[in-house]
Design a protein around this ligand. Structure first.
Ligand SMILES: Nc1ncnc2c1ncn2[C@@H]1O[C@H](COP(=O)(O)OP(=O)(O)OP(=O)(O)O)[C@@H](O)[C@H]1O
Ligand SMILES: [Mg+2]
Length: 468
């Protein structure tokens, strides 16, 4: 394994030698350098850390430090000082030195300082790498939408991403509200902090406050430890309040106070805490209606909706369907031994004719199931029909049943399908048959042929279900 290179910069050859011996016995490669000029000259050698004497002829330790930080900000520099230079050493820390060690060296302290410096550098690189990956994952890559309606949403994301203003994202279930929230966070200046989400609908009312603001040990029964709230965890980043329409009235009041005054108190504590957290809220409820009903505070609504974004339902941007399908085929292809590469035009027609009450989430689930059903590398109408209408499609309870247009292709995609309700197979069979008879104007041989059944079977089923 290649040894890690260190620079030992000191005008005193004895000190250079002592440092070199100490560090080389620990497995490092050490270059002893007589002054700051030489150090800067060969910075390209890529040392992992620099030991830098403070008092040297020529440009001196401080100037060398400044120059190193200018060219290689993340290179750890450990200052080497004598006892009476402590004040200058503190100055050096302010200029970005990692730490200082005092001559004569204490070997254990020297090694601990070096190891800490290298560890911190590694962690910083890792964080940078992960931030890059997160941005890749949650940025606008993988966020599909060519339709003018989605282009408008992207424009809004770009406009608001660096802004501190609260954002309210509204849209039906499965339209991509969380995706919008993440894209805003990971593309903007708050990406340096964390994206912390809290689902107001999933937390019991009595715990919502402590979840958001944190609590002191013993603040209430069951509070055995002090706990930091999500608002604080998201300091410098984004707090995503999902299903904000489900927030309890008392918490609404406290959240409003935070948004107005920028400070809050943990449950059971009196001191004010200030954080720099940007708030993004989302809901699939019509908050205006909730305000009218008196279940959501009007003042809070206006505070949250400083910048509103509405994510349109999929039925209003059907031109996005082919692109979304291609995206989902690619996204899931690794899970199947047989690659499914395309969708047959007949199946695509079906996808266009369906109103998608569960929006993009339902489309994704349907494509996924159709990939399971597909017998070739192309999703045909049949695999799609088999995949359609599953109650697990995630369509929320409050969306409109849209689009009463072309009913012909709705077999198994029945828009009457009530979310969360399981449809018995017999019911699906009955609807499929009824539809086939309707489409063929009662021509049983033709219906049987299209259904892939023998005539006698179809006659039997027609009789069983009383379809004529
Ligand atoms: N434009 C899009 N491009 C790619 N994938 C999308 C898009 N919109 C939504 N999805 C996918 O659909 C699913 C649902 O999206 P998301 O969770 O953001 O919806 P939501 O509006 O928050 O839904 P809910 O109200 O039910 O919480 C996710 O798997 C998401 O990746
Ligand atoms: Mg969501």
């Amino acid at each position: 394994m290649e040894k890690k290179l260190l620079f030992a910069v000191d005008d005193d050859p004895n000190q250079r030698r002592i440092l070199s011996v100490l560090l080389e016995t620990r497995g490092y490669e050490v270059m002893g350098l007589g002054g700051g000029e030489k150090c800067l000259e060969i910075l390209d050698e890529n040392p992992v850390a620099v030991f830098l004497d403070l008092m040297m002829p020529g440009i001196g330790g401080m100037e060398t430090l400044k120059a190193i930080k200018k060219f290689r900000e993340d290179l750890p520099v450990i200052m080497v000082t004598s006892v009476n230079e402590a004040e200058t050493a503190v100055q050096a820390l302010k200029l970005g030195a990692f730490d200082y060690i005092v001559k004569p060296f204490d070997e254990a302290r020297l090694m601990a300082t070096l190891e800490n410096a290298l560890q911190q550098k590694a962690l910083r690189n890792q964080v940078r790498h992960l931030q890059g990956e997160l941005q890749e994952l949650h940025g606008l890559h993988g966020f599909i939408g060519r339709s003018p309606a989605m282009q408008k949403v992207f424009e809004k994301i770009n406009k608001v991403k660096d802004n501190k203003a609260s954002i309210l994202i509204q849209g039906e279930s499965g339209t991509g509200k969380e995706l919008v929230a993440r894209a805003i966070h990971y593309n903007g200046r708050f990406a340096k902090g964390c994206f912390v989400d809290i689902n107001c609908g999933a937390i019991p009312e009595n715990l919502q406050e402590s979840e958001l603001f944190g609590h002191k040990k013993g603040a209430f029964t069951g509070a055995e430890e002090s706990r930091t709230g999500k608002l604080e965890l998201a300091d410098g980043g984004t707090l995503f309040l999902d299903e904000v329409g489900e927030m309890s009235p008392s918490l609404q009041t406290k959240l409003l106070r935070f948004l107005q005054e920028k400070t809050f108190q943990r449950v059971g504590e009196n001191n004010n805490i200030t954080v720099n957290t940007r708030v993004i809220a989302a809901t699939n409820k019509d908050l205006n209606k909730e305000v009218a009903k008196g279940t959501f505070r009007e003042d809070l609504y206006y505070r949250l909706a400083v910048y509103p974004i509405v994510v349109p339902p999929l039925r209003d941007r059907k031109e996005d369907i082919p692109l979304l399908c291609a995206h989902f085929l690619k996204k899931h292809e690794g899970e199947f031994s047989q690659k499914v590469k395309s969708i047959h035009p007949d199946a695509m027609k079906l996808l266009f004719s369906y109103p998608w009450p569960g929006n993009v989430r339902q489309l994704e689930n349907t494509i996924y199931r159709a990939m399971i059903n597909a017998e070739t590398d192309c999703i045909g109408r049949d695999s799609l029909l088999e995949a359609g209408g599953n109650p697990e499609d995630g369509s929320g309870a409050n969306e409109k049943k849209a689009d009463s247009g072309d009913k012909i292709d709705r077999i198994g995609f029945d828009s009457e399908c009530v979310p969360e309700k399981i449809i018995p197979f017999q019911e699906i069979e009955k609807r499929t048959l009824a539809n086939a008879i309707k489409v063929t104007n009662g021509n049983i041989p033709q219906a049987a042929q299209q259904l892939g059944l023998s005539r006698s079977t179809l006659y039997r089923l027609v009789k069983k279900y009383g379809l004529r």
